[in-house]
Structures are given as C-alpha cells and as structure tokens.
Ligand binder design. Sequence first.
Ligand code: GDD
Ligand code: MN
Length: 368
Amino acid sequence: MRKLVVILPTYNEKGNVGLLITEIFDKLDTLKNWELSILVVDSKSPDGTGTEIKKLRKKYPRLYLLEVAKEGLGRAYTQAFSYLEKNINPYLVIQMDADLSHNPDSLPDLIKKIENGADFVIGSRYIRGGSIPPNWGLHRKFLSVMGNLTVKLGFMKLRISDWTSGYRAIKFWLVKKAFQHIKNYSGYVFQIAFLDFALKNNAVIGEVPIHFRERKSGVSKINFVQYIFSIFLYIFLHSSFIKFAIVGVLGFGVDFGISYLMIEILHKAVWISTLLSTETAIISNFIMNNFWSFSDKKIEGGITKFITSFLKYNLVSSGSIAIQTFGVSLLASLLGKQFWFLYKVTIITLVVIPYSYFFYNKFIWKSK
Ligand code: GDD
Ligand code: MN
C-alpha cells in the first residue's frame, strides 16, 4: 500500500469542503494499492471551515487539519508539505481546490498516470476532453486562455497545455526536491514555479483532461492584477527563452557597435570589420548564454568540452547567418529592396530565434 494524501487548501470554504471530502473518500474507496488521507490546510477561515473539519474528523479518521496563518495559497501548500514530510511522508500528493471546481471523478485518471510512470500529472483544462465552464464571462475566459498562452510562450514550452491548473498529482520525492525553490512563492504563482522546477529537473510530466466547474458557494480569492504581475516577473527571472532573447539583442548591439566603430571611426575595411564584429558578438553571446540564459545547464567537463561546445555554437550561428542572408535576399528580390529592415526583423523573430533556440537546447545546453 502506498500512501496518498489529497491536500485541500481552504479559506472560507465551509459551504464546499464537507461535501468534497465525502465525495473523495467515497470515490477512492474503490482504489487498489493506495492508502488515502486528506489534509485540509486552513488559513483560520472566519466562516468556521476549521470547526466543520474538526466535526468531520470524528467520521473520517484519516482526515487531518493543519491550521496556518493567511499568507496565500502557495504558502499554505508549502506548509502542508512540511507537515506531511514530518508526519506522514506519503508517496504521492494531490493538490486540489476545495471549492468543488475540481471534480473528484478525475482523481483515478490522475493516479493512473502516476502508476504509468509520470512524476507530475496536471489536470488540464486545455487538452482534448478538458474544459472551462461554458457560462464563464468572456473576460474570464480571455484571462484564463491568455494567461496560459503567455506562460507557454514565455517559457517556449509549448507541449504543456495548462500551466496554471491547481489540480495536480505529484510524487513526494519531487515535492521534497523542489521545496527550496517553491517555498519562495506565497501566492498563486507558486503553481507555475513548481511546474517550471519540475521541467528543469526533467521530471516526467503527464496531463489528463479535466472539466473545471464553477465553484459551488463562496467567492474566489484570486487578485488578478497581483497574479498577472507575479507571472510576468517569474517568467522574466526564470525563462531561459526570455534571457536568450535578451542576449540576442545585446549581441546585436555588440555587433553593430563594433562595426560602426571600425568602419565609421577607424576607417577599416568592411570585410574585416564585419568579420571581427560578428565573431565578437558570437563569443560574447556564447558566454552570456552559458553563464546566464542556460545557467541551470552550464557546460561542464573542462576546457575541451567548452571548446567543442563553442565550435558547435559557431556552427549553429553560421546557420543563422545563412538563413538570414538567404531569407532577406529572397524577400528583397520578391517584394522589393526598400523594406529590407522589415524582412530582417521578421526572419529573425520567426525563423532565426526559434531555430537557434531549438539547436542550442538540442546540441549545446542539453538538459541534464
Ligand atoms: N489555506 C489557504 N490560504 N487557502 C487558500 C488561500 C489562502 O491564502 N487562498 C486561496 N485558497 C484556497 C481556496 O479556498 C480554494 O480552495 C483554492 O485555494 C483555490 O482558490 P480560489 O479562490 O477558488 O481560486 P480560483 O478558483 O480563482 O483560482 C483557480 O485558478 C488558479 C489559476 O488558474 C484555482 O484553480 C487555482 O488553483 C489556480 O491556481
Ligand atoms: Mn476556485
């Protein structure tokens, strides 16, 4: 028997959590090989959620209550994790909203994915078979879809369909490994931080479709302005892709600056100036990418490895130069020379950036 704990964070969920707990225990009675407990982590809800749980504990011996201060959803979860490590040390935890938005009918699907080898399973609203409430207003749908798209593109991790979902099954070894990272995120952005950590540490990620329902009673505690701000800040500080794009812009500055200096001020020949400025930009980009953009997978293994990687980097970079030269000349001959700058910008954003990001990840800064 493996231990499984469903964690339910609550703040004023008296009208929902009792029914949810009954449903979960009923549902998982049929589960084989798992010993189920439920941990409610309540932020001293003024509506009496805690008292309600204490009553239910008489009926369900494997229902636990942890009372914490009101410091946000992420903080409630990390406190629950510490509590579990000390008291139960489960094999698997499931994160779930306590407002009946997350249907317990999906629990067996999440668990099955774990049994089939996943470390981190997302209950996803945005894959085939999943959904958000059809009666949500347009602005709410828009926010949810855009939020997810922003994170997806921000990390350039397109295969994850639901970055912000709060319905997840996670093996406890991964929770312990991620703890030092996720404990810094007290609000809803905690969900994104955890998934980002799991991906960077090569956890096996699975997704199963869920139907997200409207909460039964009470109100949402999310503060959208604060949430969106934290998402942008998180992506900016943690996305290799964004850092890589910034390095690209800096590299362009280096390249342009040196060319300008050599051609316009020192009156050197164009070919030598271009050669020197391009190679300097390639070298400085390589160093910035290694120690900043891809710092979590820095090149290790001594000077030989470093030089081989640098040569590979030059090879990929010559590819970028070839794509640009060919693309810009082609478009210029087809559509007219006067818009060359537009062609260059388009080709860089649509082709060169994805191309080089893909090859750097594949051949130079490989996942560990
Ligand atoms: N203990 C505790 N402390 N629980 C909290 C706190 C807190 O400070 N803030 C929220 N919760 C609980 C709520 O009581 C609920 O059970 C769950 O966390 C989700 O909170 P909601 O207020 O219902 O959030 P939502 O429905 O607007 O947000 C949904 O979307 C987010 C982003 O996509 C949820 O699915 C979130 O889990 C998800 O991250
Ligand atoms: Mn909710």
